[in-house]
Design a protein around this ligand. Structure first.
Ligand code: GLY
Length: 375
């Protein structure tokens, strides 16, 4: 698709120009403010989004063969690996942190150290499995031993990849049990999803479905819907189990029915009518899932939906000025103020919005290195 290839070129040129500025930070870029990168201000270098900077660099390398991107990816990988080796700052987001950084490094360069780190991350993620509840524990706070968030679907490709890399079925088995628990307890009848489900961690009894990053209990936080859409699609691509494809399609149909008339995606599909908060990250993630779904099912509705989302982002929300940092604007970390810092993380660029925008454009240009699958 020539439009996608041209748009991807603009994004990559901007990153080639602005990525060198990241070295001024002791930490990892999270948002761009004018000509500067700022970090997330949380968890040292252990914030869950910190794998996306190297992942953008690996996309840049795969798409341009410019070796600058290898050096910049590894510069930041060194920082985030210290967090994994320190252990306490890790969560279920080991896939976001290490599959699309170290896993990508191994996939694209064959580096054996990167492979070892990827497998270490997979072992830590598998170690979070709770057999009583048949789920992977999400967060670490005391009292949240039985919490499962839909976002975890995107961490499962680390486990599927580990099985392929080691020929040991345990990792993928854990991933499938977790995906089944999510399917049963988080995906609703109409294809929408809760953000969180909580279980008694000793008995596995289901307890509640708090609002989490959405607007209210039982609402439809759009990024949660997008994690589920792409996450179940990836579980299907890794396992070929048709039940994951069926679930992904139900979620995709729901997502597409909720996109606003301007083609943008609001933060929560059930947010009050007088609130106009957009989350383009959700749309970019959903576009990635929809493109894959369209290729798997031959259904053009999913491809048309993805292109509509991406064109709306390109026309209404993207900044291609090569002297400023961050491309995709109107990204919002959460609807609820308690899960984000409203002054910094609403209606701005945020690093993983750019990552998924690049990945979706690369898919449309037939050039995506598919960093969610290694081995
Ligand atoms: N995984 C957390 C989020 O999407 O904000």
């Amino acid at each position: 698709m020539p439009w996608a290839t041209e748009t991807l070129g603009k994004v990559l040129r901007k990153y080639r120009n602005t990525a060198p500025l990241a070295e001024k930070l002791a930490t990892v870029p999270y948002v761009g403010k004018g000509g500067e990168w700022l970090d997330s201000g949380r968890s040292g270098n252990g914030w869950w989004t910190n794998g996306f900077w190297p992942a953008i660099m690996w996309q840049g390398y795969a798409l341009t063969e410019d070796e600058f991107f290898i050096g910049e990816a590894r510069r930041v990988q060194e920082k985030i690996l210290k967090e994994m080796h320190g252990y306490y700052n890790t969560s279920h987001d080991l896939g976001f942190m290490y599959l699309i950084s170290c896993g990508a490094d191994y996939k694209l360069t064959g580096d054996k150290d990167a492979l070892r780190e990827t497998l270490l991350a997979a072992n830590l993620l598998a170690g979070r499995f709770n057999p009583a509840g048949k789920f992977i524990r999400s967060w670490n706070q005391p009292g949240r031993e039985g919490w499962v968030i839909v976002d975890c679907m995107m961490n499962l490709p680390l486990l599927y990849s580990a099985t392929r890399l080691t020929n040991d079925p345990r990792y993928a088995a854990v991933a499938r049990v977790h995906a089944d628990t999510t399917n049963l307890n988080i995906v609703r009848e109409d294809g929408s999803c809760f953000h969180i489900v909580t279980f008694d961690p000793y008995t596995g009894k289901k307890l509640s479905t708090p609002a989490g990053q959405g607007s209210h209990d039982g609402s439809s936080w759009s990024r949660g819907q997008a994690w589920a859409l792409y996450g179940f699609t990836l579980s299907y691509l890794h396992t070929r189990d048709p039940k994951y494809l069926y679930t992904a399609r139900r979620i995709a149909d729901y997502f597409l029915s909720q996109v606003s008339p301007d083609g943008l995606t609001r933060v929560d599909f059930q947010q009050p009518e007088d609130v106009d908060m957009v989350d383009n990250i959700a749309a970019a993630i959903a576009a990635c899932g929809l493109i894959e779904l369209s290729r798997e099912t031959g259904n053009d509705v999913y491809m048309e939906g993805a292109v509509r989302l991406l064109k709306a982002m390109d026309e209404l929300s993207a900044n291609y000025d090569e002297n400023t940092c961050g491309v995709l604007q109107r990204c919002t970390a959460a609807y609820s103020a308690s899960y984000s810092r409203p002054e910094l993380e609403r209606e701005t660029n945020i690093i993983y919005g750019d990552y998924f925008y690049i990945e979706a454009l690369a898919k449309l240009s037939q050039q995506d290195p598919m960093l969610w699958s290694v081995g």
